[in-house]
Design a binder for this molecule. Structure first.
Ligand code: PAD
Ligand code: ZN
Ligand code: ZN
Length: 376
């Protein structure tokens, strides 16, 4: 392409300081370096994790920063030694890398690649520099994806090619929300047919857990949310019952244990709070229940649990990006979508032009959107 090797000027949403909603700016995006790829983003969803950065809940983030990680786009140019994609390919960014070489990538039991931003300064590229500048200032990356920019640069380990027939404005949801929730049910919990499930939080990720539980053949899927406006969609996607903790004068875990006898087989925390994480564990079935933590509480928070809950046979585990090895999983999930075997598009409640990103954040904060897709 004519832009290859040159600095590109384009639109991006920059968060200048913690506590600020992203503002649209013109940024310069440097060409990709060795093992890097520059991508033209076509569609990107707003996930709660992006909002957590805007709210300043992650103190280890450096500002100014360009967030965004749930997206799909087209390769604009590639740096030296890139072999897995070429300009013009449709791709999905991976917010958890799969380098293919480290001990974790070689281990079928984990998706936690050791060459990811979790082990390096996460606001810089692997070579510890940035590709973005704005008004003469260096702007930081986020999760090595930074998809709230019309063009962005990513390491090759953070990107995968998908079917060129895939509609990017739908499959962008595989980038985080859908895969995270769906995989939490299928891979992390391994929900079994006929089982009972409780999902705390019915946002984009929680509703994807609901879809995963349904696909796995769960017979009872109980949705829990304080916002009853989420119930209709949850039922449409497979929840058999929905309840609000505000409607009871006893703790929600007691309600769930009474509803099910000894607790649910699988409980999922998909809000990002410590009190609901404890409630989810306590609502898991005595002797055999599993609680999966998906929501991300603010950094620095502590979980205080009664060890007896674990000693009496409940299991507590966490799940990142649905326990999928993302480079392998995304092309397969896209193919499942093309064959109508899964429905990430069910999460789309709003579609806005990229310029209206601030409105997208407001909709999420007001509890009005499930997933708002921004189109460039
Ligand atoms: P969301 O804000 O759209 O959904 C959260 C839902 O929880 C909303 O419907 C709220 O009404 C509801 N809620 C809030 N407080 C309570 C409460 N006290 N009791 C019951 N319900 C409540 O967020 P989301 O679905 O985009 O993301 C959910 C979490 O998952 C969030 O913490 C996000 O950071 C995390 C996440 N984790 C991963 C991962 O890999 N583990 C990936 C993506 C997102
Ligand atoms: Zn790896
Ligand atoms: Zn996300």
């Amino acid at each position: 392409m004519a832009t290859a090797g040159k600095v590109i000027k384009c639109r991006a949403a920059v968060i200048w300081e913690a506590g600020q909603i992203p503002s649209i700016e013109e940024v310069e995006v440097a060409p990709p370096r060795t093992h890097e790829i520059r991508v033209k983003i076509v569609a990107t969803g707003i996930c709660r994790t992006d909002d957590h950065v805007a709210e300043g809940l992650f103190p280890d983030i450096n500002y100014p920063v360009i967030v965004g990680h749930e997206a799909a786009g087209i390769v604009e140019s590639i740096g030296p030694e890139v072999t897995s994609v070429k300009p013009g390919d449709k791709v999905i960014p991976l917010c958890l890398t799969q380098c293919g070489e480290c001990a974790s990538c070689q281990n079928p039991k984990t998706n936690f690649c050791l060459k990811s931003h979790f082990y390096q300064p996460q606001n810089l590229m692997p070579d510890k520099t940035t590709r973005f500048t704005c008004k003469g200032k260096q702007v930081h990356h986020f999760l090595w994806t930074s998809t709230f920019s019309e063009y962005t640069v990513m390491p090759e380990s953070s990107i995968v090619k998908i079917d060129n027939a895939a509609p990017l404005e739908k499959v962008c949801l595989f980038g985080c929300g859908f895969s995270t929730g769906y995989g939490a049910a299928l891979n992390s919990a391994k929900v079994e047919p006929g089982s009972t499930c409780a999902i705390f939080g019915l946002g984009g990720v929680g509703l994807s857990v609901v879809m995963g539980c349904k696909t796995a053949g769960a017979s009872r899927i109980i949705g829990i949310d304080i916002n009853k406006e989420k119930f209709a969609k949850a039922k449409e996607l497979g929840a058999t019952e929905c309840i609000s903790p505000n409607d009871f004068d006893k703790p929600i875990e007691k309600v769930l244990v009474e509803m099910t006898g000894f607790g649910v087989d699988y409980a999922f925390e998909v809000i990002g709070r410590t009190d609901t994480a404890v409630a989810a564990l306590a609502s898991a079935r005595l002797g055999s229940g599993t609680c999966v933590l998906v929501g991300e509480p603010p950094s620095g928070s502590q979980l205080i649990i009664n060890p007896r809950l674990i000693l009496t046979g409940r299991k507590l585990k966490g799940s990142m990006l649905g326990d999928w090895k993302l480079k392998e999983a995304f092309p397969k999930l896209v193919s499942d979508y093309m064959n109508k075997r899964c429905h990430p598009e069910a999460l789309i409640s709003h579609t806005l032009p990229f310029e209206k990103i601030a409105e997208g954040f407001e909709l999420l904060r007001a509890g009005k959107s499930i997933r708002c897709i921004l189109l460039f």
